[in-house]
Design a protein around this ligand. Structure first.
Ligand SMILES: [Zn+2]
Length: 534
């Protein structure tokens, strides 16, 4: 007797092959039968006539580690069909935490922190905390370089001593022992931006030793995009580790079109035998902390140090001048492209959804002062959305066979408020609706491959991302004629349309578009990792 049969669907199996008609049978947490299962009896049946069944989507790029404790159902993502997400991206992870530097780590993550308890100190403790939650989807962890550097060196802008580098390598190794799958860096954020390439290689070598990979929010996505990709490839070559280029794009009007160069670099690296992939969210706007617009030197020592510098008139003038003139690192400060997306509750909440240029005009301030004022009043806890990419580039990157779909979102629920980037609610449905059905940028089967078997390959999981007997019973059923993202920049808290059922580890998590409350998710650990003892 099967536990579940999905009947009469078009099976898009994750390989990229054309769909075929058939039934999918599961038992426990595995797919066990495929084909014509008319005679098979099952405890549960999903009638999927006319619908597509695909492997559950694997999101290689989220920041849900900071929001899952508050929104463990991850509804924004699971309702699109996401059954596994990789957290810990861009150098941010909620561990390791050195007792005397926990305040610095919390300040570093303030813009994504949805109110964590911070009761853990390492990956094992954090994973154990996740496992106490009613998770709806699977979660895999990365250790963030920024967190590791803060634990050892705080926000110091200098290379590590030999002893400090050893201490960082030990923390990275400990995280891999405890089950993380990768090391991430965020080289536009302090303190990640203080690290030189040699430091990254030394830490990535630890990831290589454990069969992990190196994911990077590279040092620049604007004027310095090309050398920044080159640095990531160099880290991969020297450390002997697979590379994942995060949210690949060219930011800032002057840099549009440069993805042709970087996609060529990926092709050449792969032709030379280097394992490099990228991922992408399907929008022309990005989102991060407003503090990322401030010159890196001004952030040395962390947010408190920035606030102290802003209180010192000559230093404030220097910061203003660099931002107004375009920071030397090639970061763009374009007030008419920056939308303030979330500020803590209070009078400034009225600015959510407004462009920085509009806010400045309303306040009678210069746009730089408007930005710095927001950072000062909210101690850095301000998020922005930046409309910085071209649609042509988005499509070019999307078509590349080594690029996976990923959201760069976090698990949210409508009660989270604010106007976060709609990608948390819309990424997968948008690719399937707008880019597959409406624009024909991708074949349906290719889009599904980029959401399933390709990211599974990066995770080193042969049993995920495919509809095959023996693979995980992580499945999504959707209507290819109706699937669509409904979340917009002005109304981001809207679930997608057209996804009827989501199955996670054999349990139905979404049934006819409703959350069943099933505690179906697990923490996916690196094979051979030690389990937490608490
Ligand atoms: Zn990033």
């Amino acid at each position: 007797m099967l536990d579940l049969v999905i009947r009469g669907a078009r099976i898009v199996d994750g390989t990229g092959n054309p769909w075929w008609p058939g039934d999918v049978g599961t038992q426990g947490d595995r797919i066990v039968a495929l084909g014509d299962l008319t005679g098979a009896s099952a405890r549960g049946v999903i009638d999927a006539a006319g619908a597509v069944v695909a492997p559950g989507f694997i999101d290689l790029h989220t920041h849900a580690d900071f929001t899952l404790p508050r929104f463990p159902r991850a509804e924004a993502m699971v309702r699109q069909g996401v059954t596994t997400q990789l957290v810990g991206n861009c150098g941010f992870s909620p561990f390791p935490g050195a007792p005397d530097r926990l305040d610095l780590l919390r300040a570093y993550a303030a813009f994504v922190d949805a109110g964590l308890s911070w009761e853990w100190r390492d990956a094992a403790g954090y994973a154990a905390a996740l496992e106490r939650l009613p998770l709806a989807c699977n979660v895999a962890l990365q250790v963030g370089h920024g967190a590791v550097r803060i634990a050892v060196m705080g926000f110091d802008d200098r290379p590590p001593s030999g002893a400090e580098l050893d201490a960082m390598r030990r923390l990275v190794a400990e995280a891999f022992e405890q089950g993380v799958l990768a090391l991430s860096t965020g080289l536009i954020y302090v303190p990640g931006s203080y690290a030189r390439t040699d430091e990254l290689v030394a830490l990535a070598e630890v990831a290589a030793r454990y069969g992990g990979f190196y994911s990077s929010h590279i040092r620049g996505e604007g004027g310095t995009l090309v050398p920044a990709v080159e640095e990531a490839l160099e880290v991969g070559r020297r450390a002997g580790v697979a590379v994942q280029l995060s949210h690949h794009k060219a930011s800032g009007r002057r840099n549009w079109g440069r993805v042709d160069v970087t996609l060529g670099m990926i092709d050449r690296a792969r032709a030379a035998g280097q394992d490099v992939l990228a991922d992408q969210y399907p929008y022309t706007a990005g989102s991060t902390t407003l503090a990322a617009t401030v010159p890196a030197w001004a952030m040395q020592g962390g947010l408190d140090a920035l606030l102290a510098r802003l209180a010192d008139p000559p230093t404030r003038r220097r910061i203003r001048a660099e931002m107004a003139g375009g920071a030397p690192a090639g970061r763009e400060f374009e007030p008419d492209a920056i939308m303030i997306s979330a500020v803590p509750p209070g009078p400034d909440s009225a600015y959510e959804g407004m462009m920085l240029a509009e806010i400045a005009a309303a306040r009678g301030e210069d746009p730089v002062d408007a930005a710095l004022g927001l950072l000062e009043r909210h101690r850095g806890a301000v998020q922005m959305v930046v409309f910085s990419m071209s649609e042509d580039d988005v499509r070019r990157v999307m078509r590349h066979p080594a690029v996976a779909v990923a959201s760069d979102g976090w698990t949210l629920a409508p009660e989270a408020g604010g106007r976060p980037h709609p990608r948390s609610y819309g990424t997968y449905a948008r690719v399937l609706g707008r880019y597959v059905r409406e624009a024909g940028v991708l074949r349906l089967e290719d889009a599904i491959r980029k959401m399933t078997s390709l990211p599974a390959q990066r995770l080193g999981r042969r049993d995920l991302g495919l509809i095959r007997p023996g693979c995980a019973a992580d499945l999504v059923v959707f209507d290819p004629d109706r699937v669509a993202d409904l979340a917009t920049f002005q109304e981001p808290h809207r679930f997608c349309a057209g996804v009827s059922h989501v199955v996670v580890n054999g349990q139905v998590a979404i049934e006819d578009g409703r959350d069943t409350g099933a505690r179906a998710g697990r923490v996916l650990r690196r094979t051979g990792a030690r389990r937490s003892t608490d």
